[in-house]
Design a protein around this ligand. Structure first.
Ligand SMILES: [Zn+2]
Length: 195
């Protein structure tokens, strides 16, 4: 796989691009359990967005990168109209002999850290983590700081910490689009000045 630093921007871009055309949404459920309890089957959760974004950016990365020994590229057509699954993406790139188990676990780590932001006492009610109370500038300043820390953690090969912080960062970023009036103002693109 390519260097994780290179795909950070793409990841954020894909994350928002995939889910911008939201219907009337006032906040995302953190995960599938909270959505089920609320009987809101059709809603997109923070967990869904995060998993989809990682799978999409991984697919793009694999499409742009020839396999190190086989030299072949993944074709986009092979995945058109299909639900993206980690196992399918890995099988297309590496062949069926390589397991996607650790990759799946890594995605879950990011997605769980994201969803936890709405459960954990230290983050749940603090507006600066959720773009609440019109704290746009403070929240974005925090995001920039966390982004720096994610990249530092990757550089020092502390991948567990990097995944956790990335999940937290993505949570706030996703909240921007549901907790601010960005979408109501008619914007259909991502806010380029965030993060
Ligand atoms: Zn939140």
């Amino acid at each position: 796989m390519g260097h994780p630093l290179g795909c950070f921007g793409h990841l954020l871009w894909m994350l928002m691009l995939l889910h911008l055309p939201l219907r009337e949404v006032h906040g995302f459920f953190p995960n599938i359990w909270s959505r089920t309890i609320s009987f809101s089957w059709g809603s997109i959760t923070h967990q869904d967005m995060t998993e989809d974004a990682i799978l999409n950016i991984t697919l793009r990365l694999f499409m742009e990168t020839p396999h190190p020994t086989k030299g072949k590229h993944i074709q986009e057509e092979d995945f058109k109209g299909k639900t993206l699954l980690a196992d399918d993406i890995f099988a297309a790139f590496y062949g069926p002999e390589v397991s996607a188990k650790r990759f799946r676990a890594a995605i879950a780590e990011v997605a769980n850290a994201n969803a936890a932001m709405d459960f954990v006492n230290t983050t749940r009610d603090d507006p600066v983590f959720h773009f609440d109370s019109e704290l746009i500038h403070s929240t974005n300043a925090r995001l920039l700081q966390v982004r720096k820390e994610v990249l530092q953690a990757v550089r020092s090969e502390q991948y567990g910490i990097a995944r956790k912080m990335l999940g937290q960062l993505l949570h706030s970023l996703q909240d921007f689009y549901s907790h601010s009036n960005w979408v109501e103002l008619g914007n259909e693109e991502i806010h380029l000045d965030l993060v």
